[in-house]
Design a protein around this ligand. Structure first.
Ligand SMILES: O=C(O)CCC(=O)C(=O)O
Ligand SMILES: [Fe+2]
Length: 377
């Protein structure tokens, strides 16, 4: 069975490029200067955040009996929400944040010892989506798909086991939370445990795959022309994101503009990913999001990218398909989906030369032979 690493490796999602030492740069190099403010920041005709300043991504208390209903509403209207009382110990969030901070503050030559290999997925490098954009992003990433042991041994020859333990515990807890959230989101669509063939008897998602993505956004000498992470949707079922206390993440409120997701102490951001978008037959759309940088405060985030087992085909759920709502997407494995997205991402990039792509539009059509057609714009 192909692993998720194989799936990522098979597609040009990763650039094996080296960053300079961000801290040594007094000016923004041209390769990091994004053209035309409006192109980068407003992929859709959109008014600035201020118009809807009173609007906030919903914050949902998972202990609230109304949580399923609130989650359904948030997924439908935003594609994202924050959760509190989620059961992940604050100490674990602090531990992973500290591990990330330690990792990214290592000397550049040390970090490069754990660089992604040319045919690899895990390790240190540029943002995952870099290869789709003509400019570089003001961020560094470290991807963990599978065991971090080998890379961590390179980074911290003395205490790598300590960091491995933190990552393992974090992944374990995230997996439980992701399963719980999956059932809550599914329940909000009227789908129960018996309706999902790829779930086990106790509601576990057998063989579910995930990757852990640490992102670091150093302070930037010219933040208005830089981009921490360009607008994208996640190719997941769900993403669980921990951000340190620094703002930067924004989500697109369709038709209205970019809204900052304020860091909430102990809160976690949940994004609807593309695979859930497909599963829900477009009822819950994956959220377009991006990250801005700033001049004085380094930002760190930890994204848990959650998806199905590699052999599971995700398709619009039969309960969400009917005469008035035909299936809008074909069935795909995570691997197949990544391939399609990478291919269309590049086609669209060269076709329309946009810096930011309307990804939500790329997979909206399928014919009876199961071929997707690209819709740009
Ligand atoms: O840093 C963030 O807040 C978002 C990171 C992100 O979107 C990703 O890793 O996919
Ligand atoms: Fe993302």
């Amino acid at each position: 069975m192909p692993s998720l690493s194989d799936a990522f490796r098979a597609h040009p999602v990763y650039l094996h490029q080296k960053h300079p030492d961000f801290n040594s740069l007094q000016e923004l190099p041209d390769s990091y200067a994004w053209p035309q403010h409006d192109d980068v920041r407003s992929p859709y005709p959109s008014s600035p955040d201020t118009v809807l300043a009173q609007e906030n991504v919903p914050v949902i208390d998972l202990k609230d009996p109304n949580a399923p209903k609130l989650i359904g509403h948030a997924c439908k209207t935003w594609g994202a929400f924050q959760v509190i009382n989620h059961g992940i110990p604050t100490t674990l969030l602090d531990d992973i944040e500290r591990a990330g901070k330690t990792l990214f503050s290592l000397p550049p030559q040390q970090k490069h010892k754990a660089a992604r290999s040319p045919d690899g997925v895990s390790g240190y490098g540029v943002a995952r989506i870099s290869s789709f954009f003509p400019k570089l992003m003001w961020s560094e990433g470290f991807t963990i798909a599978g065991s971090p042991l080998e890379h961590f041994r390179q980074l911290w020859p003395q205490d790598y086991t300590k960091y491995c333990d933190i990552v393992l515990e974090y992944e374990e807890e995230m997996k439980k939370l992701a399963g719980k959230l999956m059932w809550l989101v599914l329940a909000s669509l009227g789908i129960s445990k018996e309706d999902i063939k790829w779930a086990g008897p106790r509601g576990e998602f057998k063989g579910a795959c995930a990757a852990l993505q640490l992102n670091s956004y150093p302070t930037c000498p010219d933040p208005d022309r830089a981009m921490g992470m360009a607008a994208h949707t996640d190719s997941t079922l769900l993403t669980i994101l921990h951000q340190n206390g620094i703002s930067g993440l924004q989500v697109l409120r369709e038709g209205n503009g970019w809204i900052t997701v304020p860091p909430l102490p102990g809160g976690l951001v949940i994004n609807v990913g593309d695979l859930f978008h497909i599963l829900s037959n477009g009822l819950y759309r994956s959220v377009l999001h991006r990250v801005l940088v700033n001049r004085s405060q380094p930002r760190l985030s930890v994204a848990y990218l959650y998806g199905p087992s590699t052999n599971v085909k995700i398709s619009p759920h039969p309960k969400l398909v009917g005469p008035s709502r035909p299936p809008m997407y074909r069935a795909v494995t995570w691997n197949e989906y990544l391939g399609t997205k990478a291919k269309h991402f590049n086609e669209a990039l060269s076709l329309v030369r946009l810096c930011v792509l309307p990804i939500n539009g790329l997979f909206d059509a399928s014919d009876s032979h199961g071929n997707t057609t690209v819709k740009v714009g």
